[in-house]
Design a protein around this ligand. Structure first.
Ligand code: FEO
Length: 170
């Protein structure tokens, strides 16, 4: 059992995760368009991860016997400036998502909703990884600067990222 307020907040988070997927898909399209297939792959894997984040919430709301109400997904940008600017925007977006997860945890604590608190712990941990990945790539892009060879090597490295679905709980 979850409250109406909690359900509305979780539904709002589904929309944010769907927007994240849409944003990263748009970034992937941009990278493909400029010939950076490794970066495009990295963002497409990120898109897949975001879809699983949305679906975990979707399943949780259903399991709690509440209704999922889907809202319109905002149109993402299509131009992202330099690669460094694009990853800084990615990090900024993930920090926004981290704050949103923290707000959900706060609400669950306030409502003494222990089940939702436990459920949200997965997202708290996941956000550390999400921000960490972005920080790592930002640091590499700063090191590379305008070096074409460095960019070529990083693009090849990002081409190796594969989507690993989260382990399903029995
Ligand atoms: Fe679902 Fe990237 O946070």
């Amino acid at each position: 059992m979850i409250s109406e307020k909690m359900n509305a907040a979780l539904n709002g988070q589904i929309n944010k995760e769907m927007y994240s997927a849409y944003l990263y898909m748009s970034m992937s399209a941009h990278c493909s368009n400029v010939g950076l297939d490794g970066f495009a792959n990295w963002f497409m894997v990120q898109y897949q991860e975001e879809m699983t984040h949305a679906m975990k919430l979707y399943n949780y709301v259903n399991d709690q016997g509440e209704k999922v109400v889907l809202e319109a997904i905002e149109k993402p940008p299509t131009d992202f400036g330099t690669l460094l600017e694009m990853f800084e925007a990615t990090l900024g977006h993930e920090q926004f998502i981290t704050k949103s997860i923290n707000d959900l945890v706060y609400l669950a604590t306030e409502e003494r909703d222990y089940a939702t608190q436990i459920f949200l712990q997965w997202y708290v941990t996941e956000q550390i990884e999400e921000e960490g990945n972005d920080n790592e790539i930002i640091a590499k892009l700063k090191l590379i600067g305008n070096d074409g060879n460095g960019l070529f090597i990083l693009d090849r490295e990002l081409a190796t990222r594969v989507f690993v679905p989260p382990v399903k709980k029995e």
